[in-house]
Design a protein around this ligand. Structure first.
Ligand code: FAD
Length: 279
């Protein structure tokens, strides 16, 4: 059982709870992107165990008939062990997803993992023709070049601002610089990734820019937001006909995820404090 403050951001500790949350999202016209919490595994057994849980999750989503897909973290399925372990495990997850006609997103972690993540994505994007997507981070200076490479192959991209603290030598570190980079990359994405771009942001300015770019270029796109963040906006977008997905974490390893949400935004910290105080 999750503490009440966690329940806003995490669907539950097991797959049935996550699937039930996807079902609720579906009633508002919102698709689910389910993520089993876990990262930075150093032992193959832990990575393999989560791969089996993802495979079970995919089968259970199919049985339940919900509109949902999954998102995996490279360091959760073996990248912290070896590149080989990651690639083998990713292949297994994608194979199961293909059997059940489910899409697989690959989250992006810190900059030391970018090359391995994009290489693995490229292999599977080409092999599955659009059944996988990868996250790219606007705060990394390399992303403009990465997007040129990705535009030439199949698969989707999710553009986010970037959740990891990165050194100034390789990343924009001020909020304004990241926002500027995001806008430029989004415009490039709307020109080059028709039907293959996901806007991973809660920022009203970004969401409205995406609508403007859609009007200008006619590009099909989707919006992705996190569970527990601007859910009213998610429902409004879906009701207005914009394909909208909610990223839904579940599992027992929720502490570091909650910490990240709280660190990201003061109002989340106040929400947590009010919940603790029972007000
Ligand atoms: P910010 O720049 O943080 O805020 C801009 C504005 O958005 C705020 O001023 C406010 O108006 C609004 N806003 C933001 N948060 C809230 C809130 N909690 N409540 C109300 N309004 C709010 N990062 C990665 O590095 N790798 C990933 O794989 C990854 N996957 C993601 C998947 C999804 C679906 C999403 C939504 C984010 C993901 N992120 C990932 C996180 C991302 O990089 C950002 O850290 C995070 O989304 C915050 O940036 P933002 O664009 O949402 O808004």
């Amino acid at each position: 059982m999750l503490p009440p403050i966690v329940r806003r951001f995490v669907a539950g500790t097991d797959a049935p709870a996550a699937i039930e949350h996807v079902r609720q999202c579906n009633t508002d016209g919102i698709g689910g992107i389910v993520n089993l919490l876990g990262e930075h595994y150093e032992h193959r057994a832990s990575a393999d165990a989560d791969v089996r849980l993802y495979q079970d999750l995919i089968r259970a989503m199919d049985d339940a008939g919900v509109n949902g897909c999954i998102s995996v973290k490279p360091s959760q399925i073996g990248l912290g062990v070896s590149r080989e372990a990651f690639e083998e495990n990713l292949s297994m997850v994608i194979e199961t997803a293909q059997e059940h006609d489910r899409f697989v997103w690959i989250d992006m972690e810190d900059h030391t993992t970018t090359d391995a993540t994009l290489d693995a994505f490229e292999t599977h994007a080409k092999a599955t023709d659009d059944a996988v997507g990868v996250c790219v981070q606007a705060n990394l200076k390399r992303t403009a070049e990465d997007l040129e490479r990705l535009a030439a192959i199949p698969g989707k991209i999710r553009l986010v601002k970037g959740a990891y603290d990165e050194p100034p030598s390789i990343a924009y570190t001020s909020r304004a610089a990241v926002d500027d980079a995001y806008r430029e990359l989004l415009e490039f994405g709307f020109r080059e990734f028709d039907g293959r771009i996901a806007v991973g942001s809660h920022d009203p300015a970004v969401i409205s820019l995406a609508a403007d770019l859609h009007a200008e270029y006619g590009t099909e796109y989707e919006v992705q937001m996190l569970m527990g963040v601007r859910e009213d906006a998610q429902r409004e977008l879906a009701a207005a006909g914009v394909p909208t997905y909610q990223y839904i974490p579940y599992g027992k390893k929720w502490l570091s995820y909650l910490y990240r949400r709280i660190r990201e935004r003061r109002s989340n910290a106040l929400f947590a404090l009010r919940a603790v105080l029972g007000r």
